[in-house]
Design a protein. Structure first.
Length: 330
């Protein structure tokens, strides 16, 4: 059974549009020239928080408030984009939010969450450790724990999938990054609700390949680390519910290297003058790695966000340009 009905999704889209106007979907000529593929970019970097996550957090908090179970506070763990959406939904409803981020998290994402009204708590060496701290805060203070994956979060995120499928007819394949799974599960769920045949390819970082390993094994495989600059994909502990949907509905889950992600970030900047964070560029990296098998196809890529620290972006681009010979070593 799908997580929700098409009628429920349409209602969620009406709610989401109050805050997140429909994002553009462009076929950039230079990307086609680069890849040889008809590439359609869904620009989720153009939401009010700079990420697709705005849709899910907003929908989750809206449903929570309508259920008459107004909490004393919301708590969640994040690397940034999920936290911004929760903070925004909480502040719009007059509820405090407590966002746990790992040590060394993006300073600019931390600042953005604070600007949206969050109390940012730095604890844990990575996302999975931060999630444990968030659970402890929930138990100690009675806050409502906002999970990274939930039916209402996927329903909100699915509004971008609905927009994409209706904007571009007959997509052969869509590439999407996997963090905790809401994005790829939304594309699978909406595809099935609309009765489409589009193949869905999930993309992970080679340094955070838990979902790719799990897909190939047919069961959850944890990794010891998730050390990638593409922090939106830095998951080492796949959760059961999204993995089940991915195993049933995805065509494949592939991994791309840090260098391939950097190359895709550079391509986005050169060909479209859009800034893509690592996870946002990963789908294009996955497509480019398989471009020889996609000639003559219509492919979608989800540019899930553009929230990358300036220093990180400059460092990644400097390394990439030196490696390609476009920039002489300092």
């Amino acid at each position: 059974m799908p997580l929700f009905s098409l009628e429920d999704l349409e209602a969620a889209h009406t709610t989401v549009k109050q805050f997140v106007p429909e994002t553009p979907c462009y076929a950039w000529p230079l990307l086609k020239e680069r890849s040889g593929v008809d590439v359609f970019v869904k620009h989720e970097n153009h939401t009010p928080t700079g990420s697709f996550k705005a849709r899910g957090g907003f929908t989750y908090v809206d449903a929570l408030m309508k259920s008459a179970q107004k909490p004393t506070g919301l708590v969640t763990a994040t690397r940034g984009n999920h936290g911004q959406s929760v903070a925004l939904g909480a502040s719009r409803n007059g509820v405090p939010s407590y966002i746990v981020v790992p040590e060394g998290n993006s300073l600019e994402k931390n600042a953005a969450m604070r600007a949206f009204g969050a109390n940012v708590i730095i604890a844990g060496k990575d996302f999975d450790e931060s999630r444990v701290v968030a659970q402890q805060l929930q138990e100690k203070h009675g806050y409502h724990m906002v999970p990274p994956f939930h039916e209402n979060i996927v329903k909100g995120v699915s509004t971008y999938a609905l927009e994409l499928y209706r904007a571009v007819a007959d997509l052969d394949v869509v590439y999407v990054p996997i963090g905790m799974g809401s994005g790829i599960c939304s594309l699978i769920t909406v595809r099935d609700l609309l009765g489409l045949k589009t193949k869905i390819i999930g993309v992970t970082a080679e340094n955070a390949a838990a979902f790719a390993l799990s897909f190939k094994a047919g069961k959850a495989i944890q990794t010891d680390t998730a050390n990638t600059f593409a922090d939106g994909m830095a998951c080492r502990d796949p959760q059961a519910q999204p993995l089940e949907i991915i195993l049933k509905g995805a065509e494949d889950v592939v991994s791309v290297s840090e260098a391939q992600i950097a190359e895709a970030m550079a391509a986005y900047y050169k060909d479209t003058h859009n800034l893509a964070e690592g996870a946002g560029a990963a789908p294009l990296a996955g497509l480019m790695a398989n471009k020889h098998n996609l000639q003559g196809k219509r492919a979608g890529v989800i540019l899930t966000g553009g929230n990358i620290d300036l220093t990180t972006f400059l460092s990644v681009m400097n390394t990439h340009l030196q490696a390609t010979g476009e920039l002489a070593p300092a």
